[in-house]
Write a protein that binds this ligand. Structure first.
Ligand code: COA
Length: 178
């Protein structure tokens, strides 16, 4: 039977220690996943026309799609997808060719498009659309379609960014029986 974690053009995903990948998630090609990551049911990530990097202690929740944009003359690097440490990516998000820092929560159903950069410590509300090449500044809440900078994060929201990642590390440990 074909594995749900598979090579593309001879490049196999690299997966860190104590990382949980649900058997219904699909991980293909040039993808580097850190330690203590949780990849939940029905996630699709495809590192085919560019690469994907996911940091440590990040979680990618159910039904999320991660993809990238190819390299070409006008844009020699294309758009890889880079996700930092302690990031929570909610259910059914679409992250395409963007760059995320550390301690970010991407609300359920959010869409983040090519070239967008999300700095550390940002909360993105459920259903938010982040258009291409936007910069989301550290310490703020963004919501809406298209996204708007809503307000600075409250201290408890800031603290929750790391707490959320912790919760998901604990949950994936339960699933792994650790
Ligand atoms: C945005 C969010 C952080 C709440 O922020 P808040 O400032 O406390 O929002 P409030 O509940 O006080 O609502 C303030 C206004 O924003 C609106 N609002 C709330 N969430 C919104 C969202 N995601 N997008 C757009 N508007 C939103 C409310 O309707 C309200 O509008 P009103 O003043 O016209 O009635 C929260 O709703 C959210 O989206 N969290 C993400 C949760 C998630 O997806 N987690 C991952 C899964 S585990």
């Amino acid at each position: 039977m074909e594995s749900n974690i598979r090579s593309y053009k001879g490049i196999a995903p690299k997966i860190g220690n104590s990382t949980y990948i649900d058997s219904s998630a699909v991980v293909i090609g040039d993808i580097t996943i850190g330690d203590d990551v949780g990849v939940w049911p029905l996630v699709a990530m495809r590192g085919d026309v560019n690469h994907i990097v996911i940091g440590n202690r990040t979680n990618v929740q159910d039904g999320t799609v991660l993809h990238v944009t190819h390299k070409n003359k006008a844009n020699p690097d294309g758009y890889p997808l880079i996700i930092g440490n302690d990031v929570t990516i909610g259910h059914k998000c679409m992250l395409h060719g963007c760059t995320l820092g550390d301690r970010i929560l991407v609300g359920m159903g959010a869409i983040i498009m090519d070239g967008a950069i999300v700095q550390d410590d940002v909360l993105i509300g459920a259903g938010t659309l982040v258009p291409p090449n936007k910069l989301l500044e550290s310490g703020f809440l963004y919501v809406g379609n298209p996204m708007k900078k809503a307000r600075p994060l409250k201290p408890e929201e800031q603290a929750f960014l790391l707490k959320s990642a912790d919760n998901y590390v604990n949950m994936k440990n339960d699933y792994l029986g650790l």
